[in-house]
Ligand binder design. Sequence first.
Ligand SMILES: O=C(O)[C@@H](CO)OP(=O)(O)O
Length: 258
Amino acid sequence: MVHTLVLIRHGESQWNKENRFCGWVDQPLSETGEGEAKAAGVLLKNEGYEFDLAYTSFLKRAIKTCEIVLEEMDLMWIPVSKDWHLNERMYGALQGLNKADTAAKYGDDQVLIWRRSYDTPPPPAPEDHEFYPGKEAKYDAIPRDQIPRQECLKDTVERVLPYWNSEIAPAIKSGKKLLIAAHGNSLRALVKYLDDISDDAILKVNIPTGVPLMYHLDDNLRPIKMEGSAEPLSGKYLGDQDAIAAAAAAVAAQGKSK
Ligand SMILES: O=C(O)[C@@H](CO)OP(=O)(O)O
């Protein structure tokens, strides 16, 4: 049996718009982001997609994207699981800073390493940092010593994967059709695992906001490469491919000093 899985990064957030590192800071969608989520829902509906279950993070930009997509598809009744394991990568002391200003201060190369390397974490956020998540009620259930102060992509893979294995993979194997509405880096973590992308090659993967990314998985949940897939991903973005490639390039350019 071929399983269809749709991943979607949330629509543009307020801090995407302001070009600020966001991580676990709970920023809302911008108006453009809401429009992107709507367009994604319309596209999925028009192309005949259906979902039995949806998964999202604890962050409102992803939750809202999920909700808008399901609303457009007339699927608001399906169960939605929210879990912090699908949160964006925790950006440490960079959270709140403007990306271009940070590149001007530390250099484009350093910011590229912080943003896209596999195993170099950003500087940690101290517990008294303005955006330290341990102060938020929604993380009360996480033992305090497990609340990240910073995460590199490797750390993000290490928290996304157990959730994939325990919750998401069994649901797919049972034949359910899933939507996962998450974040640029929690989805990079997931596709790195699914497509077995090397630590070097993942550096160049940038996921645009609000664009459905469709995967076909075999019975072992290994991806089946599709025609028109977004190399090195086996999955395929739905929509205008030139516009999507330009949007991914724009995400990459956010970390340049200009
Ligand atoms: O700021 C963030 O949390 C992420 C996603 O918006 O940014 P980046 O693309 O720089 O990893």
